[in-house]
Write a protein that binds this ligand. Structure first.
Ligand code: SF4
Ligand code: MSK
Length: 629
C-alpha cells in the first residue's frame, strides 16, 4: 500500500516535494505516486517471492496458504523459487554496478592509450596506490601504469584465479570465512553469469546453495565492480575532499540556464561540467538573457559531481519528475540507472530537452547524443549549447522554484576522513574505545513511493547521531539527510555530547557524505581499515548498515555484500522472500552463524534506529568496551 495517503498523510516530509506535487496535481501531470496508487493492490504472489517465470512451462505461482499449488510445473517448491528469485535480483544489481565500473575501466584504458581527449589522469597519487595493490611496478610512467592497471582490472571481470584484488583489503579472517564457504568472488562477470545459470530450470535446486552463490555474486560487486568504479573515478576525476554546496529544488535558478545531471556515471557529467565553464557558451547564455549556466545534480550522478566539484544537488530519486515540473529546466542529461522512463513524458509538458547519452539507456521522448571516450568533450559542448539555446523557450509564467536551498558539506572520501584525523584511523578508534563515539552506521539507499519520502532516512539518522553514532551516508539517503540540514557543520548541535565535541573540533557535520551508490565501497573500505587497525574481523566492529527506503536491485546487492562482509544490515522495505520460511529464517538468523552478520527488516524507522543502536552497543560489549545496554 502506498502509504502517502495514510499514517504520515503525505508523500514526503520535504517542503520542495510537497509544493511540486501540488503543482503536478494542478497541472494534471502524472507522477510516481499516482502510478503507485494505480498498482494497488500489488500482486501478493510476487510480493512474497512465490511467482516464477523462469521458463515457459510456467509462469507458475504457489499458494501461500497451502490450499492451492505448492510446486511449479517443474516441481520447484517455495524455498527454491524464492531463493532463485532473490539470487536473480542480486545478480541484476551486481551487474548494473559492475557494468558501470567496466565503462570507467574502458575509459581509463582509452586515456592511457591517448584517445580520450577530454579525460586525464587527475589523481596520480591514487593511481600509484591502486597500481601498487595490483602489483604493478612502481617505476612505470603514469600512462603506462594506467594501461597496466586498466588491463589488470579488465581481467578481473572475466575468469580470475584467487581473490579479487580489493578483497585483500579485508582482514585475513574474513577471507578465510569466504574460502571455507566457497563464496570468495572470482571473476565479476563470472559470478553474475553463474547466478543466471544456476537459476535456470533444472540446475541448482538447493536453496542454501543458491543463496550462498548469491552472496558470492554480491561480493563480486562490493569488492569488485563497484569498488573498481569508485577507485577509477577518483583516478580520472579526483579523490573527493570536503566541499561546501547546497541542496533541494531551490538550487535551480530563475535567471540562469539550468541543466540537470541525472543517473550514476560521472563520465558524461564531468564533460558537461567542463563545457559549462566555456566562455563562449556562458557568453551565449548571457546574450539570451540568462545570468549564466547552472549545473545541478540528481541521484548518484549528482552525488559524483557534488563530491568532487561541489555542484549543488537538486534532489533524490522521487524528485526526478518534480524537478521538471519547476518549468525551469532547459535540459536533463541522463546516463543510466534509476532514471524513470516517465521523465520523457514529463519533459514534453515543459520546454525541457531530455538528452540520453549511453547506447545502453535510450528513453521515450528523448534526444540521443551518444558519448564515447573519443567524442565526450565535443559532445559535452553540444549538449550545453542545446540547453543554452533552449533558455529562449522557457515560459516564465510556468516557473515555480518552491524553496530556498539548504547548505551542506560533502566530499568525505576515506582519504578525506583519514586526512582530517591526521592521516590514520587511530583517533577514530581511540574515540570509539573511549566511548565518546559509540560506533558508526552506514545509512544508504533509495526512495520508494511505498514510504513517505525521506522519513525513514532522516528519522534513523537523527536518532543515531543523538546516540553519539557517526552516520556515513551515500546515494539518495545522502540527499535526504542534506535536505534535513544534517550536513551543515552546525548540525553538530543535534548530536550527542561525544559526537558533537568531535564534530566541533574537526569542523565537520555529524553525517558524512561518502558518495554515490558505487561509493558504498568507500564505507566497506573504511570498515576494513578499522578492523585491520583493531586486529579483529569486520563482524566484531561496533558498526552496522541500514537501507530504510530501498527500491532497487542494486540495493539488494549492496545489502548482501555488506552482510557477507560481516555488517549487520536493517532494511526498511521487506524483500520478496516471505513466501519461504526457510529463506526468511536464513536471512534473518541463519546467516549470523555463517558470515557473522544477518539482515533485519523493520519498516518503523524509530524501531529500526533502536535495532541499530542496540547492535552497536552489543558489539561494544563483546569487544570489552563500555556499553549502554
Ligand atoms: Fe514454473 Fe519451474 Fe518454469 Fe519456474 S522454472 S516457471 S516454477 S516450471
Ligand atoms: S540513485 S540505486 S535510487 S540510492 Fe543511486 Fe538513489 Fe537507490 Fe538509485
Amino acid at each position: 500500500m502506498a502509504n502517502h495517503t495514510d499514517p504520515k498523510k503525505q508523500c514526503s516530509i520535504q517542503p520542495d516535494t510537497l509544493a511540486m506535487y501540488q503543482k503536478a496535481r494542478q497541472e494534471g501531470v502524472e507522477t510516481v505516486w499516482e502510478r503507485a496508487q494505480a498498482q494497488e493492490p500489488q500482486c501478493g504472489f510476487c510480493s512474497l517471492g512465490l511467482s516464477c517465470r523462469n521458463c515457459v512451462m510456467g509462469p507458475c505461482r504457489l499458494d501461500p496458504f497451502g490450499e492451492g499449488p505448492q510446486r511449479g510445473v517443474c516441481g520447484a517448491d517455495a524455498d527454491i523459487i524464492v531463493a532463485r528469485n532473490l539470487a536473480r535480483m542480486i545478480a541484476a544489481g551486481a551487474a548494473s554496478h559492475s557494468d558501470h565500473g567496466r565503462d570507467l575501466v574502458e575509459t581509463l584504458l582509452a586515456v592511457a592509450e591517448g584517445h580520450a581527449p577530454g579525460y586525464q589522469l587527475t589523481d596520480l597519487a591514487k593511481l600509484d596506490r591502486i597500481a601498487a595493490e595490483y602489483g604493478i611496478p612502481a617505476d612505470l610512467p603514469p600512462q603506462a601504469k594506467a594501461k597496466e592497471l586498466a588491463l589488470a582490472m579488465m581481467a578481473e571481470f572475466g575468469i580470475h584465479k584467487g581473490h579479487l584484488t580489493f578483497a585483500k583489503r579485508l582482514p585475513a579472517a574474513r577471507l578465510a570465512i569466504w574460502d571455507r564457504l566457497g563464496i570468495a568472488p572470482r571473476g565479476i562477470d563470472r559470478e553474475v553469469v553463474e547466478t543466471m545459470h544456476r537459476t535456470h530450470m533444472g540446475v541448482d535446486n538447493d536453496p542454501v546453495n543458491i543463496l550462498l552463490h548469491a552472496l558470492r555474486t554480491s561480493l563480486s560487486d562490493g569488492w569488485g565492480g563497484s569498488m573498481i568504479a569508485t577507485e577509477v573515478s577518483d583516478i580520472l576525476f579526483g579523490t573527493p575532499s570536503p566541499v561546501a554546496s547546497q541542496v533541494n529544488l531551490g538550487v535551480l535558478k530563475t535567471d540562469e540556464v539550468n541543466i540537470i545531471l541525472h543517473g550514476h556515471n560521472p563520465l558524461v557529467s564531468e564533460m558537461i561540467y567542463r563545457s559549462s565553464q566555456d566562455p563562449a557558451l556562458t557568453g551565449r547564455a548571457q546574450e539570451l538573457g540568462a545570468k549564466g549556466i547552472n549545473l545541478v545534480g540528481l541521484c548518484c550522478t549528482g552525488n559524483e559531481v557534488l563530491m568532487r566539484k561541489g555542484i549543488p544537488m537538486a534532489g533524490n530519486h522521487l524528485v526526478q519528475e518534480l524537478a521538471l515540473l519547476t518549468g525551469a529546466v532547459e535540459a536533463m542529461v541522463v546516463d543510466y540507472q534509476c532514471i524513470m522512463p516517465s521523465v520523457g513524458q514529463v519533459s514534453t509538458c515543459y520546454h525541457t530537452h531530455l538528452i540520453t547519452t549511453s547506447p545502453k539507456a535510450k528513453f521515450p521522448h528523448a534526444q540521443h547524443l551518444e558519448f564515447t571516450p573519443e567524442n565526450a568533450l565535443e559532445r559535452g559542448r553540444e549538449v550545453v549549447k542545446m540547453a543554452v539555446e533552449n533558455f529562449a523557450d522557457r515560459k516564465p509564467e510556468r516557473v515555480l522554484i518552491p524553496v530556498a536551498p539548504v547548505n551542506q558539506v560533502s566530499g568525505f572520501s576515506v582519504e578525506a576522513i583519514l586526512g582530517a584525523l591526521g592521516g590514520t584511523s587511530a583517533p577514530l578508534l581511540d574515540a570509539i574505545k573511549a566511548g565518546q563515539l559509540r560506533g558508526a552506521v552506514g545509512v544508504v539507499g533509495c526512495n520508494n513511493p511505498k514510504i513517505c519520502q525521506d522519513l525513514g532516512h532522516t528519522t534513523i539518522t537523527r536518532k543515531l547521531i543523538e546516540h553519539d553514532i557517526l552516520v556515513l551516508d551515500t546515494g539518495c539517503t545522502a540527499v535526504a539527510n542534506a535536505k534535513a540540514g544534517f550536513k551543515d557543520p552546525g548540525a553538530a548541535a543535534l548530536a550527542g555530547p561525544g559526537l558533537k565535541a568531535i564534530c566541533e573540533a574537526l569542523k565537520i557535520p555529524p553525517v558524512l557524505h561518502m558518495g554515490s551508490c558505487v561509493d558504498n565501497t568507500r564505507i566497506m573500505h573504511l570498515a576494513a581499515a578499522l578492523a585491520n587497525a583493531l586486529g579483529v574481523d569486520v563482524d566484531k566492529l561496533p558498526v552496522a548498515a541500514s537501507a530504510p527506503e530501498w527500491y532497487s536491485e542494486k540495493a539488494a546487492a549492496i545489502a548482501s555484500y555488506a552482510v557477507a562482509s560481516g555488517i549487520y544490515t536493517v532494511l526498511g522495505v521487506t524483500p520478496p522472500v516471505l513466501g519461504s520460511r526457510m529463506v526468511t529464517d536464513l536471512l534473518l538468523n541463519g546467516l549470523k552463524g555463517v558470515v557473522g552478520a544477518c539482515f533485519a527488516v523493520e519498516p518503523d524507522p524509530e524501531k529500526a534506529a533502536g535495532l541499530l543502536i542496540r547492535h552497536v552497543e552489543s558489539q561494544r560489549q563483546a569487544l570489552g568496551l563500555d556499553s549502554r545496554l
